[in-house]
Design a protein around this ligand. Structure first.
Ligand SMILES: Cc1cc2nc3c(=O)[nH]c(=O)nc-3n(C[C@H](O)[C@H](O)[C@H](O)COP(=O)(O)OP(=O)(O)OC[C@H]3O[C@@H](n4cnc5c(N)ncnc54)[C@H](O)[C@@H]3O)c2cc1C
Ligand code: SF4
Length: 582
């Protein structure tokens, strides 16, 4: 194994969190930084040839290769875990920019009470009302403490939307349930596609409070505080699972990479697959990685950052034997605990009279309601805690993926009658999605699989994950509300979501898995402090949604980016001067 020249900081992973940390460190300090990214580099202009549904949307060209590394899955400790040989429930990204290249761009802030979920829920409902085997935790940081970093994250990406709560003042047309914003969004809301406008009007007629989704697919040309200019979205509909060909969708490659490329003190190395963190006497010494030819290198560093996304962060900690691995039998150990996956489902498919032009849109062009989110509604008599949002997004429905959905009145499943019906209904079918919270439970966790290994011979990560009645009942409740809205939109026939049964590794549910290295105010109950710093190893920082103690209803990226900004401030302003526990 070859030992490379020492660097001040090594960052594992070149997505939103890794590249933002690299940018902050090199723009604000003289530190040298090496970013190791296991996937390929991305060239400007590459995406203009990428609008190919088969290659990108169906064959998942931008995702991690599951034949090299995957995870195993089981529902409980009594089951045998089996490897996921194909992508299904989630789509791990790879290559420069990570999943931030092919994300949809829905950029939510979390509700304020999410950050103090244990305290608030216990106070309001009492311990007896909480699920028996929950392991809900507070985050150790409050919404108000994070608010300035949310502002920075929104400005970095140029998020489009309308405030619903500006310094405590209600603003018509925004989300009235959101936490107070100190400033409005940097850009006005996106255009609202036809189906989403129908959803908006129907939701209003029922007394709900629709608002435009906060969108990283920007509504107008925008220059961010770093001087990076991006054009307005053209609503081509090739956002999710694609890189934006004109750069309207905020991606690490179009917001952070141009700045990093200018810095001499940072080197971004592709095809470098990190295998473990080397440590001694309570300090990280660097990382070992393999290049595309299989050659092994040791990259020594004073600071190590894991920015390789929830599952990879957790796996690297376990492979490197850093921190105490979580033991579900005793509840001891913090690495691997509180695995959650946002509850996401097509709440209802509605069949309409008029064409909906669903082929146009953008990944985050849509309308939502938060009337049943978190604890903003009365739960008296309801058999579950917390809630979720409902939305109608027109992300650009693709013909190969979406063709063939017919209403219940069509009985044929093949042949000329089915073909006629499928064509007839193709552009008259619309969906309302539900996105709900997933509480943390003692029995949902990650550890190393004792049987299955990756292409390099290292144990795969094993997920033990299943829904509880709290999520099942919440999804049922949200589905009924969505059906009510679909009817008010004029849907003649509907297919409601069949409900959550066991966790399904084959149905795509969004790539919003969280936990494994959760943050908190005490080393007994968390793996990292509120600056993403390992309690056990002060020169190791673990960035991203692995730190989220449970899964709020909103999508995670804006919060992961806000927490990265907060960690960067603490490192630049304090840690660099005195390298110790922050
Ligand atoms: C199709 C899709 C749509 C999405 N839509 C939304 C959305 O609308 N809103 C939202 O908030 N979020 C969305 N997400 C999630 C969002 O993309 C992620 O939250 C975000 O990109 C996470 O950033 P990250 O830096 O933590 O991790 P990533 O973007 O996953 O980056 C991690 C990087 O680390 C690299 N890596 C991993 N292991 C190693 C290793 N051992 N050695 C070296 N490198 C390694 C990976 O190759 C990857 O490039 C979506 C995700 C997908 C897949
Ligand atoms: S819809 Fe807009 S943001 Fe999405 S890929 Fe097309 S131009 Fe880019």
């Amino acid at each position: 194994m070859k030992t490379l020249r020492h660097t001040d900081a090594v960052i594992v992973g070149g997505g939103w969190t890794g590249l933002l940390m690299a940018k902050e460190l090199t723009a604000r300090t003289p530190l040298s930084v090496v970013v190791l990214e296991r996937g390929a580099s991305r060239r400007k202009g590459e995406y203009s040839a990428s609008m190919d549904e088969l290659d990108y949307y169906i064959r998942l060209r931008m995702m991690q290769d599951p034949s090299q590394e995957t995870v195993t899955l089981r529902h409980s400790r009594d089951d045998r875990a089996l490897p996921l040989r194909q992508h299904g429930a989630f789509l791990p990204g790879t290559g420069t920019g990570g999943a931030g290249e092919h994300w949809s761009g829905i950029a939510y802030r979390y509700l304020p009470d999410v950050f103090e979920l244990l305290t608030r829920t216990r106070e309001k409902y009492g311990v007896k009302r909480m699920p028996e085997d929950h392991s809900i935790e507070d985050w150790g940081v409050t919404y108000n403490e994070l608010e300035p970093y949310y502002v920075r994250a929104e400005r970095l990406m140029g998020i489009s939307g309308r405030a619903g709560n500006l310094n405590g003042r209600a603003i018509a047309g925004g989300n009235p349930f959101e936490g107070p914003r100190s400033v409005d969004f940097p850009n006005p809301p996106t255009k609202i596609p036809y189906l989403a406008a129908m959803f908006r009007d129907a939701a209003s007629s029922l007394g709900y409070h629709p608002y435009a989704l906060p969108a990283a697919t920007i509504s107008q040309a925008y220059t961010n505080p770093d001087g990076i200019a991006r054009p307005a979205c053209t609503y081509c509909g090739y956002c999710e699972r694609f890189g934006c060909m004109i750069g309207a969708k905020a991606q690490p490659s179009n917001t952070l990479l141009p700045l990093i490329a200018r810095q001499k003190s940072v080197s971004l190395k592709n095809d470098c697959w990190v295998q473990k963190i080397v440590h001694k006497d309570g300090r990280a010494r660097g990382v070992v990685y393999r290049d595309s030819k299989g050659a092994e290198f040791f990259q020594p560093a004073d600071m190590v950052f894991l920015a390789s996304w929830t599952l990879n962060n957790t796996r690297l900690l376990l492979l490197s034997q850093i921190g105490e691995a979580y033991d579900p039998a005793t509840g001891r150990g913090s690495v691997g605990r509180n695995l959650t996956h946002q509850v996401a489902a097509p709440a209802v498919t509605g069949f309409f009279e008029k064409p909906l032009n669903r082929f146009m849109g953008a990944g985050s062009a849509g309308v939502a309601i938060a009337d049943f989110d978190g604890d903003v509604f009365d739960h008296t008599g309801l058999p579950f805690l917390r809630g979720g949002t409902l939305y109608s997004v027109c992300y650009g429905f693709k013909p190969m993926t979406n063709f063939g959905v017919t209403p219940p009145s069509v009985k044929a499943r093949w042949g000329p009658e089915w073909k006629r019906a499928a064509l007839d209904w193709y552009d008259r079918t619309g969906r309302i999605q539900l996105y709900g919270e997933h509480l943390a439970y003692r029995g949902n966790f990650m550890d190393l699989d004792p049987v299955y290994k990756d292409a390099f011979g290292q144990p795969l990560l094993r997920l033990t994950l299943d829904w509880r009645d709290n999520e099942r009942r919440m999804a049922e409740f949200l589905t009924a509300k969505a059906v009510e809205i679909a009817r008010a939109m004029g849907a003649r026939q509907t297919i409601p979501f069949a409900g959550l049964k066991h966790y399904d590794g084959t149905r795509y549910q969004g790539t919003h898995l969280q936990g494994g290295a959760i943050m908190g105010a005490s080393p007994e109950r968390s793996a990292v402090n509120t600056h993403m710093q390992s309690w056990r190893m002060p020169n190791l920082f673990v960035l991203g949604a692995s730190a989220f103690p449970q899964n709020p209803s909103g999508n995670p990226t804006l919060t992961a980016v806000a927490l990265t900004y907060r960690a960067a401030d603490a490192i630049v302003e304090r840690y660099v001067k005195r390298p110790q526990l922050l």
